[in-house]
Write a protein that binds this ligand. Structure first.
Ligand code: AMP
Length: 279
């Protein structure tokens, strides 16, 4: 595997690949790789000739400095996992390689930015669009792979691509779960044993709402979901939404896709999950 830490090295290598007519797939991550990340890389390997995985804990998308500080960074293990699945390139830049001091520009993506995650993590999607825009510019991927786990992020990037006519195809990959249903996340390692058990309420509730979904009964379903999640010790719900899969506004009879999305603090760890429940 090629391991680059500078833009110049990466671009030089990719220019050679493009000249040979190879297609480039990009899987952006913040590291602490788990099977969810690896499933994106495997999908990229099926669709592209050369796969770049980036590991960059992007400071501009953290609204909480303590969260940034404690974000896991097991780089040696990550490199081993990438080598084991034959990833072609790891791009692992330092912050100064990506940002100038005091960089403050931001793309206005519209209302999607301020809903749900955007409301609870002000500025989060400004940071996401900054870094993904920079990586698209630098790497010029033919295809970029993102997880449904961060569904709102997928919608934001899709909107950015459309607004700026970026020549990249976006693929959304399914959520990988532990055998008991917990969505895989780099943050799960912070869960204490009890919290790990209580965290199951998120995927269990999503499943239940999917089973009982009825477009005429959304307020009651939402209330039931909120009550069940709030009844678990150590779980503090931020939101449970039953939303239109394109706008993330409340679902309605015209919604082509209906999705339930949840965010909660479990112990000290904030988790998100979602499930497409109709469409
Ligand atoms: P992160 O390192 O958390 O920024 O995630 C990097 C990419 O992996 C994002 O596109 C995520 O949506 C995706 N991802 C994270 N968790 C999962 C999962 N459990 N299953 C599939 N993809 C995931």
């Amino acid at each position: 595997m090629e391991h680059f830490t500078t833009k110049a090295q990466l671009q030089q290598f990719l220019a050679l690949q493009s000249a040979k007519g190879k297609t480039i797939g990009l899987v952006p991550t913040m590291g602490a790789l788990h099977n969810g990340h690896l499933s994106l890389i495997k999908q990229a390997q099926q669709q592209c000739d050369v796969v770049v995985c980036s590991i960059f804990v992007n400071p501009t998308q953290f609204n909480d400095p303590a969260d940034l500080e404690k974000y896991p960074r097991p780089i040696a293990q990550d490199i081993k996992k990438l080598e084991d699945i034959n990833c072609d390139i790891l791009f692992e830049p330092a912050v100064a390689e990506i940002y100038d001091n005091n960089e403050h520009w931001h793309l206005n993506i519209g209302p999607l930015e301020d809903l749900l995650e955007g409301k609870y993590r002000p500025g989060h999607y400004q940071g996401v669009t900054q870094v993904v825009h920079k990586f698209f510019d630098l790497i010029k991927p033919d295809v970029a792979f993102f997880g449904q786990k961060d569904y709102q992020q997928v919608l934001i990037i899709r909107r950015m691509i459309a607004l700026l006519n970026m020549p990249v195809k976006l693929i959304m990959c399914p959520i990988e779960r532990e055998t008991d249903g917990l969505a895989m996340s780099s943050r799960n390692i912070h869960l204490a044993a009890d919290d790990r058990k209580h965290a199951l309420i998120l995927s269990q509730t999503l499943n239940k709402i999917k089973q009982h979904f009825d477009i005429n009964n959304i307020p009651a379903l939402k209330q039931q979901a909120e009550d069940e999640i709030n009844s678990k010790p150590g779980v503090q719900l931020d939101y449970f939404a039953i939303a239109d899969g394109e706008t993330l506004l409340p679902a309605n009879k015209n919604s082509k896709i209906t999705i339930a999305l949840v965010a909660a603090k479990v112990g000290h760890t904030r988790l998100i999950d979602n499930m497409i429940i109709a469409g």
